[in-house]
Design a protein around this ligand. Structure first.
Ligand code: IVH
Length: 679
């Protein structure tokens, strides 16, 4: 097959899988398979630089940094919306529409969530994304094309052949909102805080900041996505007559649209929609600040027109504010599972976004200095979805004279040990081990019992605190020695729930090695690392005995994590707890080697590079993954083996530099034959 055709096929395949994953949230292939396709595309493009294309999915990683953003003037102004907060006002709005359109017309409305992100306009020419711009002042925005191209859910190209038979417009402008999903916002911030970087203030701010980067590579590293919600303008044969048609067409063109949209024809159904979406608000996974109701017929929209930069044909029904001002009464310091000392704001209770808030997280001392926060200050707080409330800013003009500076305690509020802070971390920590500090012990036990760890149903945070305070539980193994009478003696604990808890504790003994390792709460060892460790060492004794060298050979384990693991098991109390847990009957099935009798590459990372002639890279990858190897896209010190076909370039050079073993294709095929992996 000519390279040109192969490239086109690969690009289409990669774009299709990106669409399945990022737009539909229904991937058809495993991540590894997608990675392999992407790698294949990368190397084919590297081999044929003359065939590069700005539309290739490989171009999303972000090009050259810009020196500034060009101004873009919008062909049709980007308007803002009139707002309402009551049924009566909504009713008035419908009446105003009727008055202008005439009583006899049939009116339909289209309801959508109002996404709290950043408005953008995308221009597609012959289906190709040629321009992305911000709203700016509505007339003039900024050209952020290079940044928007890095967002995986934004199609670079709308596929030409369409089942619907609707031709792709010669030119059209798609409008929508770019935002950061709430869970990815939290993950991003957690990582930022752990690395001592500045966290984002909230998802909307984070999205705006990410789009304002001059270096698209930074934007590419941010978890942005987009909902498309209107057609700015269009040129060509496609002339939709209703907004609902536009949205349906967007969907079939692979543009990501909100699944909660609904067409309604009167006030009651509009209000039910408003209530339904409000009830779902905290579970949506993204921030919204209300719903938008639009007149559906595009002709009617045109007749209604706009006044003072706001269309008459649409209105925003806004939900209760999620920001409010209140007073900071105190800052307390909480001790986490790993000894991290986190400042928490105690606030004068205030009603925000439907709930009363009296606490807010302050992350760390850097955050307190950034806000210039003092006790007694009036502060603006924000609550979005189910995110822990945040202090957004201090109202400096209202600072009382006697406002008190916040100081980091010198000793741990739980155990009195010294508080220390290293230069490479933004967080301060209690210097005692979790075997000494009761707060760390409680948090550690909560982690041990949690769903992804030992999953002890019914053993919640409150109960754990009571068990520790009563001296019934000092370490994880004690949980398995709790007696019915001790549990039942706890205040308010009914007999039935005591029995259930005893049973849940007993049932949790049967676990997996991965869960068990994860449940120990070793710093930096999350679920994924626990799985890699379980697969590599296959017994807890082997893990305890592992030295740093053995640990860093595990995929995903670097020197820092390896050192944390080694330190954990160097503490004899930790080893004693592990032993008592096993003694108390905690058990897991042996980790099976794939297909006993053949070779196992569990725990090994292989890299395939260059072109293979006797099989495709995908076939080679499938065989390796089938015997437990991880096949990675780049060579690092943790790579166990590189297979280099003809044309191998930088990866081969890197392997030589790092002294990673390399075999050529013949040696690889011999290896596979020796182990019965190919005929
Ligand atoms: S329609 C003239 N639909 O709200 C119509 N806007 O206050 C305006 N927004 O700048 C756009 N979700 O950023 C529309 N489903 C939605 C929206 C939405 C959020 C934002 C948009 C706009 C602002 C107007």
């Amino acid at each position: 097959m000519p390279a040109e055709q192969k490239l086109a096929e690969l690009r289409a395949a990669v774009a299709h899988h990106m669409y399945r994953y990022h737009v539909l949230d229904e991937p058809e292939v495993a991540d590894a398979e997608y990675d392999a396709l992407f790698d294949e595309l990368l190397s084919l493009e590297a081999a044929h630089p003359e065939l590069t294309s700005s539309e290739s999915p490989t171009q999303r990683v972000g090009g050259q940094p810009l020196s500034h953003f060009e101004k873009v003037s919008h062909e049709v102004a980007m308007l803002s919306l009139d707002k309402t907060t009551t049924r009566t006002e909504l009713e008035d709005w419908i009446q105003r529409c009727r008055n202008r359109l005439g009583d006899e017309v049939s009116l339909n409305f289209f309801c959508e969530p109002k996404i709290d992100g950043v408005a953008v306009a995308l221009v597609y020419e012959d289906g190709r994304l040629v321009l992305a711009s911000t709203r700016g002042d509505g007339q003039t925005g900024e050209n952020i094309t290079a940044n928007v191209k890095t967002i995986p859910s934004v199609p670079l190209r709308i596929p030409v052949s369409q089942e619907s038979g609707i031709p792709i417009p010669v030119r059209m402008e798609v409008r929508g909102e770019i935002y950061i999903p709430v869970d990815q916002f939290r993950e991003f911030n957690q990582r930022a805080i752990n690395q001592g970087d500045k966290p984002m203030i909230n998802p909307r701010n984070g999205a705006a900041g990410s789009l304002r980067q001059l270096d698209p590579k930074i934007t590419a590293s941010r978890p942005l996505t987009m909902f498309c919600y209107s057609l700015g303008w269009t040129e060509g044969d496609w002339q939709p007559s209703a907004h609902s048609q536009v949205i349906a067409q967007f969907e079939s063109w692979g543009l990501r649209t909100n699944p909660l949209v609904r067409r309604v024809d009167e006030l009651d159904s509009m209000m039910s929609y408003v209530d339904e979406v409000l009830a779902k608000r905290s579970d949506l996974g993204y921030d919204i600040d209300g719903v938008v109701v639009k007149v559906d017929e595009l002709d009617q929209q045109e007749t209604l027109g706009a006044v003072t930069r706001k269309p008459r044909w649409a209105i925003a029904y806004k939900y209760p504010a999620e920001e409010a001002t209140t007073e900071l009464q105190e800052v307390e310091f909480q001790v986490g599972r790993t000894g991290s000392i986190t400042p928490v704001a105690r606030l004068k209770p205030v009603f925000v976004g439907g709930v009363t808030v009296s606490n807010a997280t302050l992350h760390n001392m850097d955050e307190i200095s950034r806000l210039d926060l003092r006790i007694g200050d009036h502060v603006m707080i924000r609550r979005a979805g189910d995110v822990i409330p945040q202090v957004v800013s201090v109202i400096q003009s209202r600072r009382p004279k006697d406002a008190v500076e916040v100081v980091l305690p010198t000793v741990c509020p739980s155990c009195g040990s010294a508080v220390t802070q290293t230069e490479d971390e933004a967080v301060a920590r209690c210097s005692a081990s979790h075997n000494v500090c009761p707060a760390q012990r409680k948090e550690g036990l909560k982690h041990f019992a949690s769903r992804l760890a030992m999953d002890i149903d019914g053993l919640g945070d409150k109960l754990i605190e009571q068990f520790v305070d009563l001296g019934l539980v000092a370490n994880a193994a004690d949980i398995f020695h709790l007696e019915m009478s001790q549990i039942a003696a706890i205040e308010r604990m009914a007999e039935k729930s005591a029995t259930n808890l005893v049973e849940a504790i007993a049932a949790s003994r049967a676990t997996t090695l991965q869960r068990f390792i994860y449940s120990l709460g070793i710093r930096e060892v999350g679920e994924a690392t626990a799985l890699s460790l379980a697969n590599q060492f296959r017994s807890i004794e082997a893990l305890i005995a592992a030295d740093v060298e053995a640990l860093v050979s595990v995929p995903d384990v670097g020197p820092i994590v390896a050192e944390k693991i080694r330190l954990f098991f160097a503490d004899s109390e930790n080893v004693a707890v592990v032993e008592s847990l096993v003694g108390a009957g905690v058990n897991w099935p042996e980790i099976e080697l794939p297909d006993a009798g053949t070779v196992s590459l569990v725990g090994q990372t292989w890299v395939l590079t260059g072109t293979l002639e006797q099989m495709t890279r995908n076939e080679a990858k499938a065989i390796l993954v089938g015997v437990g190897a991880k096949v990675a896209g780049s060579v690092s010190a943790k790579t166990h083996q590189v297979v280099a076909g003809p044309g191998a370039g930088s990866k081969l050079a890197k392997a030589k530099e790092l002294e990673v073993p390399v075999m050529d294709e013949d040696e690889f095929v011999t290896f596979l034959k020796t182990h019965g992996l190919v005929e």
